[in-house]
Design a protein around this ligand. Structure first.
Ligand code: FNR
Length: 356
Protein backbone atom coordinates (compact mmCIF):
# COMPACT_ATOMS: atom_id res chain seq x y z
CA UNK A 1 0.00 0.00 0.00
CA UNK A 2 1.32 3.40 -0.91
CA UNK A 3 0.03 6.62 0.60
CA UNK A 4 -0.53 9.88 -1.19
CA UNK A 5 1.89 12.13 0.64
CA UNK A 6 0.79 15.33 -1.06
CA UNK A 7 -2.84 14.76 -0.04
CA UNK A 8 -1.94 13.82 3.53
CA UNK A 9 0.48 16.71 3.94
CA UNK A 10 -2.20 19.10 2.67
CA UNK A 11 -4.65 17.61 5.18
CA UNK A 12 -2.16 18.00 8.05
CA UNK A 13 -1.52 21.56 6.93
CA UNK A 14 -5.20 22.47 6.88
CA UNK A 15 -5.58 21.05 10.40
CA UNK A 16 -2.48 22.96 11.53
CA UNK A 17 -4.01 26.13 10.08
CA UNK A 18 -7.02 25.61 12.32
CA UNK A 19 -4.96 25.38 15.54
CA UNK A 20 -1.96 27.69 15.11
CA UNK A 21 -2.22 31.31 16.30
CA UNK A 22 -2.40 33.65 13.27
CA UNK A 23 1.04 35.30 13.78
CA UNK A 24 2.72 31.89 14.09
CA UNK A 25 0.97 30.58 11.00
CA UNK A 26 1.97 33.67 9.10
CA UNK A 27 5.61 33.37 10.21
CA UNK A 28 5.87 29.75 9.14
CA UNK A 29 4.16 30.24 5.80
CA UNK A 30 5.66 33.52 4.67
CA UNK A 31 8.48 34.24 2.25
CA UNK A 32 10.64 37.28 1.62
CA UNK A 33 9.39 40.38 -0.22
CA UNK A 34 7.00 39.51 -3.07
CA UNK A 35 7.31 35.76 -2.41
CA UNK A 36 8.37 35.00 -5.98
CA UNK A 37 10.87 32.35 -4.85
CA UNK A 38 8.39 30.88 -2.37
CA UNK A 39 5.73 30.58 -5.07
CA UNK A 40 8.02 28.81 -7.53
CA UNK A 41 9.59 26.24 -5.21
CA UNK A 42 7.17 23.33 -5.57
CA UNK A 43 6.30 24.09 -9.20
CA UNK A 44 9.99 23.73 -10.09
CA UNK A 45 10.08 20.13 -8.78
CA UNK A 46 6.99 19.35 -10.85
CA UNK A 47 8.64 20.67 -14.02
CA UNK A 48 11.36 18.01 -14.03
CA UNK A 49 10.72 14.94 -16.16
CA UNK A 50 12.07 11.50 -15.34
CA UNK A 51 13.40 8.84 -17.69
CA UNK A 52 12.68 5.57 -15.88
CA UNK A 53 14.81 2.48 -16.34
CA UNK A 54 13.05 -0.76 -17.21
CA UNK A 55 13.92 -4.46 -17.11
CA UNK A 56 15.55 -4.09 -13.67
CA UNK A 57 14.98 -6.24 -10.63
CA UNK A 58 13.15 -4.02 -8.15
CA UNK A 59 11.81 -6.67 -5.79
CA UNK A 60 14.12 -5.32 -3.10
CA UNK A 61 14.43 -1.55 -2.94
CA UNK A 62 16.91 -0.04 -0.48
CA UNK A 63 16.23 3.50 0.76
CA UNK A 64 18.57 3.36 3.73
CA UNK A 65 22.24 4.10 3.85
CA UNK A 66 24.63 6.46 5.59
CA UNK A 67 24.53 10.22 5.49
CA UNK A 68 27.61 12.08 6.70
CA UNK A 69 28.52 9.04 8.74
CA UNK A 70 25.09 8.51 10.33
CA UNK A 71 22.92 5.54 9.38
CA UNK A 72 19.54 6.49 7.86
CA UNK A 73 16.42 4.59 6.89
CA UNK A 74 15.40 7.08 4.17
CA UNK A 75 17.29 9.76 2.25
CA UNK A 76 15.07 12.35 3.94
CA UNK A 77 15.49 14.73 6.86
CA UNK A 78 14.02 17.50 9.00
CA UNK A 79 15.27 20.99 8.04
CA UNK A 80 16.10 23.39 10.87
CA UNK A 81 13.22 25.59 11.98
CA UNK A 82 12.81 27.95 14.88
CA UNK A 83 9.61 28.15 16.91
CA UNK A 84 8.73 24.46 17.02
CA UNK A 85 7.49 24.97 20.58
CA UNK A 86 4.81 27.21 19.08
CA UNK A 87 3.57 24.14 17.20
CA UNK A 88 3.79 21.66 20.06
CA UNK A 89 4.49 21.97 23.80
CA UNK A 90 7.59 19.76 23.50
CA UNK A 91 8.64 21.38 20.23
CA UNK A 92 11.98 20.15 18.92
CA UNK A 93 11.99 17.20 21.31
CA UNK A 94 8.73 15.93 19.81
CA UNK A 95 10.12 16.52 16.31
CA UNK A 96 13.30 14.62 17.20
CA UNK A 97 11.28 11.69 18.60
CA UNK A 98 9.51 11.39 15.24
CA UNK A 99 12.78 11.66 13.32
CA UNK A 100 14.26 8.91 15.50
CA UNK A 101 11.36 6.56 14.73
CA UNK A 102 11.58 7.37 11.01
CA UNK A 103 15.35 6.90 11.08
CA UNK A 104 16.19 10.24 9.50
CA UNK A 105 18.35 13.12 10.78
CA UNK A 106 16.81 16.11 12.51
CA UNK A 107 18.60 19.42 12.11
CA UNK A 108 18.19 21.57 15.22
CA UNK A 109 17.94 25.32 14.77
CA UNK A 110 20.50 27.30 16.74
CA UNK A 111 17.48 29.30 17.98
CA UNK A 112 15.62 26.20 19.22
CA UNK A 113 13.44 26.27 22.33
CA UNK A 114 14.64 22.84 23.49
CA UNK A 115 18.02 22.07 25.00
CA UNK A 116 20.73 20.01 23.31
CA UNK A 117 20.51 17.56 26.22
CA UNK A 118 16.76 16.98 25.75
CA UNK A 119 17.05 16.59 21.98
CA UNK A 120 20.03 14.26 22.38
CA UNK A 121 18.08 12.13 24.89
CA UNK A 122 15.54 11.19 22.19
CA UNK A 123 18.15 9.01 20.51
CA UNK A 124 17.62 10.81 17.21
CA UNK A 125 20.52 11.48 14.88
CA UNK A 126 20.70 15.25 15.18
CA UNK A 127 22.82 17.94 13.60
CA UNK A 128 23.29 21.50 14.84
CA UNK A 129 22.39 24.38 12.54
CA UNK A 130 24.64 27.32 13.27
CA UNK A 131 24.64 30.99 12.37
CA UNK A 132 28.09 32.50 12.57
CA UNK A 133 28.17 35.46 14.93
CA UNK A 134 30.42 38.55 14.53
CA UNK A 135 32.47 37.23 17.47
CA UNK A 136 33.43 33.76 16.30
CA UNK A 137 33.85 32.51 19.89
CA UNK A 138 30.12 32.87 20.66
CA UNK A 139 29.24 30.49 17.81
CA UNK A 140 32.16 28.24 18.68
CA UNK A 141 30.94 27.78 22.26
CA UNK A 142 27.49 26.77 20.99
CA UNK A 143 29.17 24.31 18.68
CA UNK A 144 31.27 22.78 21.46
CA UNK A 145 28.17 22.29 23.62
CA UNK A 146 26.24 20.70 20.78
CA UNK A 147 28.99 18.25 19.97
CA UNK A 148 29.27 17.39 23.67
CA UNK A 149 25.56 16.46 23.59
CA UNK A 150 25.88 14.27 20.53
CA UNK A 151 25.43 16.51 17.47
CA UNK A 152 26.67 14.32 14.63
CA UNK A 153 27.26 17.16 12.16
CA UNK A 154 27.24 20.95 11.98
CA UNK A 155 25.24 22.87 9.40
CA UNK A 156 26.48 26.42 8.88
CA UNK A 157 23.77 28.57 7.32
CA UNK A 158 25.40 31.04 4.95
CA UNK A 159 22.43 32.67 3.19
CA UNK A 160 21.61 34.99 6.08
CA UNK A 161 24.12 37.85 6.42
CA UNK A 162 20.96 39.79 7.32
CA UNK A 163 17.42 38.53 7.76
CA UNK A 164 15.40 39.01 4.56
CA UNK A 165 12.51 41.47 4.77
CA UNK A 166 9.04 40.00 4.92
CA UNK A 167 6.15 42.31 4.23
CA UNK A 168 3.50 42.96 6.85
CA UNK A 169 0.54 45.29 7.13
CA UNK A 170 1.41 48.26 9.38
CA UNK A 171 -0.91 47.10 12.17
CA UNK A 172 -0.32 43.39 11.77
CA UNK A 173 0.64 41.49 14.89
CA UNK A 174 4.01 39.78 14.25
CA UNK A 175 5.10 36.54 15.79
CA UNK A 176 7.82 38.15 17.91
CA UNK A 177 5.15 40.28 19.61
CA UNK A 178 3.37 37.17 20.85
CA UNK A 179 6.18 34.62 21.17
CA UNK A 180 6.71 33.02 24.57
CA UNK A 181 10.41 33.53 25.47
CA UNK A 182 10.60 29.80 26.23
CA UNK A 183 9.98 29.00 22.55
CA UNK A 184 13.44 30.13 21.49
CA UNK A 185 17.06 30.50 22.55
CA UNK A 186 17.28 27.51 24.92
CA UNK A 187 20.94 26.97 24.01
CA UNK A 188 22.01 30.58 23.57
CA UNK A 189 23.82 32.68 26.17
CA UNK A 190 21.63 35.28 27.94
CA UNK A 191 23.14 38.04 25.82
CA UNK A 192 22.11 36.33 22.57
CA UNK A 193 18.51 35.73 23.52
CA UNK A 194 16.49 38.41 21.82
CA UNK A 195 13.65 36.32 20.46
CA UNK A 196 13.56 38.02 17.07
CA UNK A 197 16.23 36.44 14.85
CA UNK A 198 16.28 39.67 12.85
CA UNK A 199 17.55 41.43 15.96
CA UNK A 200 20.46 39.10 16.53
CA UNK A 201 23.67 40.02 14.75
CA UNK A 202 24.96 37.62 12.12
CA UNK A 203 28.45 37.66 10.68
CA UNK A 204 28.44 39.63 7.42
CA UNK A 205 32.07 38.82 6.73
CA UNK A 206 31.85 35.04 6.41
CA UNK A 207 34.53 33.62 4.13
CA UNK A 208 35.72 30.18 3.05
CA UNK A 209 38.48 30.38 5.70
CA UNK A 210 35.80 30.16 8.41
CA UNK A 211 34.87 26.71 7.17
CA UNK A 212 38.28 25.15 7.77
CA UNK A 213 38.33 26.65 11.26
CA UNK A 214 34.84 25.36 12.09
CA UNK A 215 35.56 21.91 10.72
CA UNK A 216 38.68 21.60 12.81
CA UNK A 217 37.08 22.97 15.95
CA UNK A 218 34.06 20.66 15.90
CA UNK A 219 35.62 17.42 14.68
CA UNK A 220 32.29 16.43 13.07
CA UNK A 221 31.22 16.76 9.42
CA UNK A 222 30.46 20.30 8.27
CA UNK A 223 27.65 21.16 5.87
CA UNK A 224 27.25 24.60 4.28
CA UNK A 225 23.54 25.47 3.94
CA UNK A 226 22.21 27.99 1.48
CA UNK A 227 24.32 27.40 -1.62
CA UNK A 228 22.77 27.78 -5.10
CA UNK A 229 25.85 28.21 -7.32
CA UNK A 230 28.32 25.62 -8.52
CA UNK A 231 31.34 27.89 -7.97
CA UNK A 232 30.37 28.60 -4.35
CA UNK A 233 29.80 24.89 -3.76
CA UNK A 234 33.24 24.02 -5.13
CA UNK A 235 34.86 26.75 -3.00
CA UNK A 236 33.10 25.52 0.14
CA UNK A 237 34.29 21.96 -0.43
CA UNK A 238 37.79 23.15 -1.23
CA UNK A 239 37.77 25.07 2.08
CA UNK A 240 36.86 21.99 4.11
CA UNK A 241 33.09 21.45 3.91
CA UNK A 242 31.99 17.82 3.81
CA UNK A 243 28.57 18.70 2.44
CA UNK A 244 26.74 21.40 0.54
CA UNK A 245 23.04 22.08 1.16
CA UNK A 246 21.25 23.56 -1.82
CA UNK A 247 18.70 25.91 -0.28
CA UNK A 248 17.19 29.35 -0.68
CA UNK A 249 15.96 29.21 2.93
CA UNK A 250 12.46 28.28 1.82
CA UNK A 251 12.18 31.57 -0.10
CA UNK A 252 12.63 33.56 3.13
CA UNK A 253 15.90 35.35 2.31
CA UNK A 254 16.69 36.77 -1.16
CA UNK A 255 13.48 36.94 -3.14
CA UNK A 256 13.80 36.00 -6.81
CA UNK A 257 16.61 33.60 -5.91
CA UNK A 258 16.47 30.58 -8.21
CA UNK A 259 14.41 27.52 -7.28
CA UNK A 260 16.50 24.78 -5.69
CA UNK A 261 15.20 22.18 -8.17
CA UNK A 262 17.02 24.16 -10.86
CA UNK A 263 20.27 24.41 -8.86
CA UNK A 264 20.90 20.98 -7.41
CA UNK A 265 22.17 19.47 -10.68
CA UNK A 266 24.77 22.16 -11.24
CA UNK A 267 25.94 21.94 -7.63
CA UNK A 268 26.40 18.19 -7.94
CA UNK A 269 28.31 18.72 -11.17
CA UNK A 270 30.59 21.27 -9.48
CA UNK A 271 31.49 19.10 -6.48
CA UNK A 272 31.44 15.70 -8.18
CA UNK A 273 31.68 12.95 -5.60
CA UNK A 274 33.88 14.99 -3.26
CA UNK A 275 30.96 16.07 -1.07
CA UNK A 276 27.51 15.17 0.18
CA UNK A 277 24.79 17.22 -1.52
CA UNK A 278 21.56 18.01 0.32
CA UNK A 279 18.59 19.96 -0.97
CA UNK A 280 15.41 21.51 0.42
CA UNK A 281 12.68 23.94 -0.60
CA UNK A 282 9.12 23.21 -1.66
CA UNK A 283 9.41 19.41 -1.43
CA UNK A 284 5.86 18.19 -0.84
CA UNK A 285 5.88 14.56 -1.90
CA UNK A 286 8.04 11.47 -2.14
CA UNK A 287 8.06 11.98 -5.87
CA UNK A 288 9.60 15.44 -5.45
CA UNK A 289 12.21 13.78 -3.22
CA UNK A 290 12.88 11.22 -5.97
CA UNK A 291 13.42 14.09 -8.42
CA UNK A 292 15.90 15.71 -6.01
CA UNK A 293 17.85 12.45 -5.75
CA UNK A 294 17.71 11.94 -9.52
CA UNK A 295 19.18 15.41 -10.02
CA UNK A 296 22.13 14.54 -7.79
CA UNK A 297 21.22 15.06 -4.12
CA UNK A 298 22.14 12.47 -1.49
CA UNK A 299 19.18 13.47 0.69
CA UNK A 300 16.18 15.76 0.57
CA UNK A 301 14.98 17.73 3.58
CA UNK A 302 11.64 19.29 4.44
CA UNK A 303 10.68 22.27 6.54
CA UNK A 304 7.15 23.62 6.65
CA UNK A 305 5.23 20.38 6.00
CA UNK A 306 6.83 18.82 9.09
CA UNK A 307 6.16 21.93 11.19
CA UNK A 308 2.50 21.68 10.13
CA UNK A 309 2.40 17.95 10.88
CA UNK A 310 3.82 18.66 14.35
CA UNK A 311 1.17 21.31 14.99
CA UNK A 312 -1.68 19.12 13.73
CA UNK A 313 -0.83 15.80 15.35
CA UNK A 314 2.39 16.09 17.36
CA UNK A 315 5.16 13.53 16.89
CA UNK A 316 2.69 11.00 15.44
CA UNK A 317 1.85 13.43 12.66
CA UNK A 318 5.51 13.98 11.80
CA UNK A 319 6.20 10.25 11.89
CA UNK A 320 3.24 9.63 9.59
CA UNK A 321 4.31 12.38 7.19
CA UNK A 322 7.84 10.97 7.00
CA UNK A 323 6.43 7.46 6.55
CA UNK A 324 4.22 8.56 3.67
CA UNK A 325 7.11 10.33 1.99
CA UNK A 326 9.23 7.20 2.43
CA UNK A 327 6.52 4.97 0.90
CA UNK A 328 5.96 7.29 -2.01
CA UNK A 329 9.69 7.51 -2.69
CA UNK A 330 9.92 3.73 -2.59
CA UNK A 331 7.12 3.44 -5.13
CA UNK A 332 8.84 6.00 -7.39
CA UNK A 333 12.11 4.06 -7.15
CA UNK A 334 10.40 0.81 -8.21
CA UNK A 335 8.63 2.54 -11.08
CA UNK A 336 11.91 4.17 -12.14
CA UNK A 337 13.71 0.82 -12.08
CA UNK A 338 16.06 1.82 -9.27
CA UNK A 339 16.84 -0.72 -6.53
CA UNK A 340 18.78 1.83 -4.48
CA UNK A 341 19.25 5.56 -4.11
CA UNK A 342 22.49 5.61 -6.09
CA UNK A 343 20.67 4.11 -9.09
CA UNK A 344 18.26 7.08 -9.10
CA UNK A 345 21.05 9.51 -9.98
CA UNK A 346 20.61 10.64 -13.55
CA UNK A 347 17.11 9.21 -14.09
CA UNK A 348 16.09 12.64 -15.34
CA UNK A 349 15.55 14.01 -18.80
CA UNK A 350 18.02 16.64 -17.77
CA UNK A 351 18.54 19.04 -20.64
CA UNK A 352 19.88 22.05 -18.78
CA UNK A 353 18.65 20.97 -15.35
CA UNK A 354 21.19 18.42 -14.21
CA UNK A 355 23.74 15.70 -14.87
CA UNK A 356 22.79 13.00 -17.35
C1 FNR B 1 13.26 28.11 8.63
N1 FNR B 1 14.53 27.91 8.06
C2 FNR B 1 15.65 28.01 8.88
N2 FNR B 1 16.88 27.74 8.36
C3 FNR B 1 17.99 27.82 9.14
O1 FNR B 1 19.09 27.56 8.64
N3 FNR B 1 17.88 28.17 10.46
C4 FNR B 1 16.69 28.44 11.05
O2 FNR B 1 16.62 28.72 12.25
C5 FNR B 1 15.52 28.39 10.23
N4 FNR B 1 14.28 28.68 10.76
C6 FNR B 1 13.15 28.50 9.98
C7 FNR B 1 11.91 28.68 10.55
C8 FNR B 1 10.76 28.44 9.82
C9 FNR B 1 9.42 28.60 10.47
C10 FNR B 1 10.86 28.03 8.46
C11 FNR B 1 9.63 27.76 7.63
C12 FNR B 1 12.10 27.89 7.88
C13 FNR B 1 14.66 27.42 6.67
C14 FNR B 1 14.52 25.90 6.60
O3 FNR B 1 15.62 25.26 7.23
C15 FNR B 1 14.47 25.35 5.17
O4 FNR B 1 15.58 25.80 4.42
C16 FNR B 1 13.18 25.69 4.41
O5 FNR B 1 12.08 25.81 5.28
C17 FNR B 1 12.90 24.61 3.36
O6 FNR B 1 11.78 24.89 2.60
P1 FNR B 1 10.32 24.22 2.87
O7 FNR B 1 10.50 22.73 3.00
O8 FNR B 1 9.80 24.84 4.12
O9 FNR B 1 9.57 24.61 1.65
Amino acid sequence: MHGDATGWLADLESRARAVLPAPVLRYVSEGARDEVTLAEATAAWREVRLLPRVLRDVREVRLGGALLGSPTRSPLGVAPMTLQRAAHARGEVAMAEAAAVAGVPMVLSSNAGSTFADVGATGATWWLQLYMTPEREVAARLLDEAVRHGAAAVVLTVDTPVVGTRHAAPDEERVWDVADPAWVGANLPESGREPDPAGRAKAMDLAPADLGWLRERSGVPLVVKGVLRGDDAADAVQAGADGVWVSNHGGRQLDQAQATARCVGRVREAVGDRATVLVDGGVRSGLHAAVGLALGADAVLLGRPLFMALAAEGPDGVRRALGLLHDELEEAMRLAGCPDVAALRGVVDSGATGPR
